[in-house]
Design a protein around this ligand. Structure first.
Ligand code: HEM
Length: 319
């Protein structure tokens, strides 16, 4: 199969532009992650994730982001491949130029980042897509359904538990339906009551285990099965991944913390070279600004990687 012909300079410029976009995204991502460090029961981070998960502009941005990542990788591999094809016979003497070593390093660190990203996505992003099970949270107000509240209030008036109330209703209703020949309808009604009861049980368990956020806006730590129940009984409740607790739980494990820190080391080496080379490819460097670009690159790389690294370290240390 023939690859379409795109001049390698065009490919390089595209890689640099897409890379520039990713540099901005990483700064944003690392900054947002700092909310995980707040001891506010996830109030800020959950509000941020809720906005990111529900705003349609952000959803479009997410698709663009994933497209940019894919295109950035494909173009880099394509460039490396065509460069190799252009010189099928290797040099006898190994190349020692820094440009050559740097671009080789970029390809390898890029591949490693891709592998780490897949693992990172299976920790978080794939949970949002429903491909991996996680922990979930739901807005308390979204469970205040009229029928459910009615059932709870009625049980309270009768001074029984909602469960006993539904059992009692079931016994009476079945006797009534046998006499009146509308058994199927009554069974459907009882089944829908049992489903509402499941929601009440979830809320009850959450309140007993203190899974409400401090401001009672969210019910947290819902299991996958509980989320499925809520999605079935109250589709509008729309439970979402509880990324605050998932991140805090994950970083209790030294193994995961170390894996993430290794991930950031690879990101460090990639960014360290990505920043100045993007400027060079776009022709934005000249002898006057080279030093400034170099210093900005260093500051950017250290800042982003340290912001990423403090989250697992401080959470692990319980700070
Ligand atoms: C302490 C380190 C990190 C934490 C706690 C973290 C956490 C998360 C979380 C919770 C999500 C899902 C957010 C959502 O979909 O609403 C996510 C998505 C993502 N992360 Fe990270 N992340 C970390 C480091 C990184 C690094 C180093 C990279 C890239 C080199 C990265 C790239 C991404 C990408 C591309 C997405 C998917 C796009 C998105 O949902 O915004 N993350 N991360």
């Amino acid at each position: 199969m023939e690859l379409p012909k795109i001049h390698s300079i065009t490919k390089k410029i595209l890689v640099a532009l897409l890379g520039g976009f990713l540099l901005l995204f990483l700064l944003f991502h690392a900054t947002a992650n700092l909310f995980i460090l707040r001891h506010d029961d996830g109030a800020w981070y959950s509000a941020f994730c809720h906005f990111m998960g529900t705003n349609w502009l952000v959803k479009i941005f997410e698709i663009i982001l994933l497209g940019v990542i894919a295109l950035h990788i494909l173009l880099t591999l394509w460039l490396a491949f065509t460069n190799r094809l252009a010189r099928p016979v290797r040099y006898h003497q190994s190349q020692r130029s820094t440009t050559h070593t740097t671009s080789k390093l970029m390809v390898w660190t890029g591949i490693l980042i891709f592998v780490c990203l897949i693992l990172h996505f299976s920790d978080f992003y794939f949970v949002k897509l429903g491909w991996v099970k996680g922990e979930y949270m739901v807005k308390t107000e979204k469970l205040q359904n009229e029928e459910i509240m009615g059932l709870v209030n009625f049980a309270q008036q009768m001074q029984v538990t909602p469960e006993d109330l539904v059992n009692e209703l079931e016994n009476n209703a079945l006797q009534y339906s046998e006499a009146n020949d509308d058994e199927a309808e009554v069974k459907n009604y009882i089944a829908s009551m049992r489903e509402k009861l499941e929601v009440i049980n979830i809320v009850q368990r959450a309140s007993e285990e203190n899974n409400f956020s401090e401001d009672k806006q969210w019910i947290r730590h819902l299991t996958y099965d509980e989320r499925q129940t809520l999605r079935k009984v109250l589709p509008e409740s729309d439970p979402e991944p509880d990324f605050y607790y998932m991140a805090r739980n994950k970083f209790q494990s030294l193994y995961i913390v170390v894996m993430y820190l290794l991930f950031f080391v690879v990101v460090f080496f990639h960014l360290r070279h990505a920043f100045p080379s993007a400027f060079q490819t776009l022709g934005l460097n000249n002898y006057k600004y080279n030093n400034i670009i170099e210093v900005l690159g260093r500051i950017y790389t250290w800042l982003v990687c340290l912001m990423f690294a403090v989250v697992p370290i401080l959470v692990y240390l319980g700070l």
